[in-house]
Design a protein around this ligand. Structure first.
Ligand SMILES: [Fe+2]
Ligand SMILES: [Fe+2]
Length: 156
């Protein structure tokens, strides 16, 4: 389910001024997108208290998170950074599993997406000069996370 990622104890990210350090951040965010995609997809069948429209919205967001993951993995490949080089942790997905209602899940994910968006914008800024291609990917993802949060917020 998590291939090609390797689960384990996450080492400290290397310096962002190295390509390996950039790879660490790309891997971390790509795996967050993978966990979010799965969480949204499962939520659509698991939370029977959600309306049909909300479940459809979650399925749409799930596809969007898959797309974000693809962008990030493609960029890692361009930078010759291997996904399997460092382990990742399942924190986000495990917290999702602890949610008991549609509302609780929606709130939890909105917070996670908002944190991801703020971090992504920051990365985009830091990398703007040095690696405009990666910076643009982070900025685009951040902009789309804003849409996800707004989309789900409509239901509550
Ligand atoms: Fe995303
Ligand atoms: Fe999102």
């Amino acid at each position: 389910m998590w291939s090609p990622y390797i689960l384990g104890k996450v080492p400290k990210s290397r310096s962002i001024s190295t390509v390996e350090g950039l790879g660490d951040r790309l891997r971390f965010v790509a795996f967050a997108e993978r966990q979010a995609a799965l969480a949204f997809k499962e939520a659509a069948s698991r939370f029977t208290d959600a309306s049909c429209e909300l479940r459809e919205a979650w399925l749409w967001v799930s596809k969007e998170e898959e797309k974000h993951e693809r962008w990030l993995l493609a960029r890692m490949e361009e930078l010759s950074q291997r996904v399997e080089a460092c382990p990742v942790a399942l924190d986000l997905y495990l917290s999702f599993e602890r949610c008991h209602s549609a509302h609780e899940f929606a709130l939890y994910m909105s917070n996670a997406e908002e944190r991801g968006r703020v971090a992504g914008e920051k990365f985009g800024e830091i990398l703007k000069e040095r690696d405009p291609v990666t910076a643009k990917i982070f900025a685009q993802i951040a902009a789309e996370e804003r849409e996800h949060v707004a989309m789900v917020a409509k239901f509550f």
